[in-house]
Design a protein around this ligand. Sequence first.
Ligand code: HEC
Length: 187
Amino acid sequence: MKKRLTRLMLLTVSILMIVTCGRGNYSDKPPVHLNPNMDSQKKYKAQSESNFFVDGATMRTPVEGTVARDELRADDAYYHGKNAAGELIASAPMVFTANMLKRGEERYDIYCSACHGINADGQGKILFYKYPIPPANFYDERIINLSDGHMFNAITAGWLNMPSLKAQVSVEDRWAIIGYLRSLQKN
Ligand code: HEC
């Protein structure tokens, strides 16, 4: 008798669970949220419209004349490869350490070698795909004689048929790559 009652109860509970859970059914109503706290509230989303600001945009521009933290790029030589007069500097504004050269080699292999060749001789894979303009050979007399500032500028802004790589290669890494290339040229 006791056994039958337990079975009956189990059956009822499982039927109730199946019926009430409504698995597989969709609902347009938001789920029950007993304690809303401040989970849902009005807010502006990036790039959205605003009828509060005069220009109708939610996103605000930085206050004029201010610079975000860590974004002051006052060092012309380091950040632009130029001196105060705006001329390209002859040599890098730092001494290349062994770590920097190692980093430069790694970054060169990733970002430059496809075009300029893993040996920096201008024989990159890209020639195989019939790239119409030969990438520079870093052992070329003319390239050896380029100033460090010019090399920095070529990576930053691109040069003739070479695209800019400033989005991929940080300022620090650009100098590291130049250091690495110079060390190759010396050998
Ligand atoms: C998509 C291919 C490509 C990549 C990637 C590339 N280059 Fe170039 N680079 C070229 C080509 C092509 C030229 C020759 C441009 C010309 O003369 O029109 C060139 C020229 C140069 C020159 C010579 C500029 C001059 O004054 O003649 C330097 C220096 C240089 N590249 C450095 C780099 C470095 C450093 C990297 C990696 C951070 C890099 N390049 C990545 C294609 C590339």
